[in-house]
Design a protein around this ligand. Structure first.
Ligand code: 5GP
Length: 324
């Protein structure tokens, strides 16, 4: 998959058109911005970390049944994603009071918010992404009522999945921002990124900030904090990988001359098995592999069949997968 044309350049990413009109390539940049880009810096290696962290979270969510735009990781700074029409809203979920919530309402920082708060912000840099109510969204058509309901439902599910996952890694998920997009059929997907740039992560015991607040508040060691998040979650795929066995059957397409089948048929006749009508000879291939999910294993086996195991001019295949 190749980058064809730059479609959009944002503060932290570039988005490219590809040779498939339904897919785009995200390039994660090394730049860091805060307060609507009034504060800027560049940190070498930051794009790699946000790319890898975001890919891991999006894969985890996908594995748990959340539709996301993520297709696959291409390299350290690039990932392939579905091309979507972005809904012009940011959805923020908060488990703990901090940031703009405390500033806006004058409430104490660090309060547990149970149930979590879900807020909508209008994506508009000129206006500084203002908070909007569901009535504003409806009145000005920023999204439909079913879309708002779906975004809320998905955001709370994402919160549950990430909260549970991160707790095991000693990380408190304080709050985060999501964006959503639609495909041509109107299906809603989690889009954009999920990383220390878009979430607040606190170390569970020391309460040390492991996210962009280190940059916003000049706390130093920004890259080290992002590295620490990556270090704690990087083994996710390995730790949840299972072993699968694929039983693959490769056989000649109907109508293709099967000389081996003919030879077996004539031997059977010569031994007196006259009731046999037809014989087709195929091959049976057993492959054992590790994979993070059954879906992923099936897609890898399909790729293997198409790349190497089947001559698609004359052969067809089918396979069954079992978890060992
Ligand atoms: P707050 O509203 O407290 O500034 O942010 C709440 C959460 O959403 C934080 O995790 C913050 O990183 C994220 N967030 C809110 N708006 C934006 C935004 O425009 N860009 C990014 N990268 N994150 C945001």
């Amino acid at each position: 998959m190749n980058k064809i044309k730059l479609i959009y350049e944002g503060k932290a990413k570039k988005v490219y058109e590809t040779d498939d009109s339904t897919l785009a390539i995200f390039e994660y940049k090394d730049s860091l911005t805060a307060f609507n880009a009034q504060k800027k810096d560049t940190m070498q290696g930051k794009g790699r970390l946000t790319n890898l962290i975001s890919a891991t979270f999006l894969k985890l969510l996908q594995d748990k049944g959340i539709p996301t735009h993520f297709v696959k990781l291409l390299d350290d700074n690039h990932q392939l994603v579905k091309r979507l029409k972005i809904i012009p809203l940011e959805v923020v979920v908060r488990n703990t009071s901090t940031g703009s919530l405390c500033k806006r309402l004058g409430v104490e920082e660090g309060l547990d918010l149970v149930p979590p708060l879900v807020e909508f912000y209008l994506k508009n840099d000129e206006l500084g992404d203002p908070l909007v109510t569901e009535d504003h969204i409806r009145a000005f058509g920023f999204a439909s009522k079913p879309q708002v309901e779906k975004m809320k439902e998905l955001s709370l599910k994402v919160n549950e999945i990430l909260h549970k996952f991160l707790s095991k890694k000693g990380i408190k998920l304080v709050d985060f921002k999501l964006e959503f997009g639609m495909d041509d059929e109107g299906n809603i997907f989690v889009a954009d990124e999920i990383s220390p740039d878009t979430c607040r992560f606190w170390d569970m015991t020391s309460k040390e900030r492991l996210d962009k607040d280190r940059f916003r508040k000049d706390l130093g060691n920004v890259l080290e904090a992002y590295e620490e998040i990556w270090r704690r979650i990087a083994d996710w795929e390995k730790s949840c990988s299972a072993e699968y066995r694929a039983n693959i059957l490769v056989y000649l397409k109907e109508g293709v001359l099967d000389t081996q089948g003919k030879a077996v048929l004539s031997s059977l006749y010569s031994l007196g098995y006259d009731e046999v009508k037809n014989v087709r000879v195929g091959k049976y291939i057993k492959i054992t592999l590790t994979s993070p999910s059954q879906e992923d294993a099936a897609s890898r086996i399909k790729e293997m069949c198409e790349d190497l195991l089947v001559n698609d001019l004359i052969e067809e295949y089918s396979f069954e997968l079992e978890e060992i």
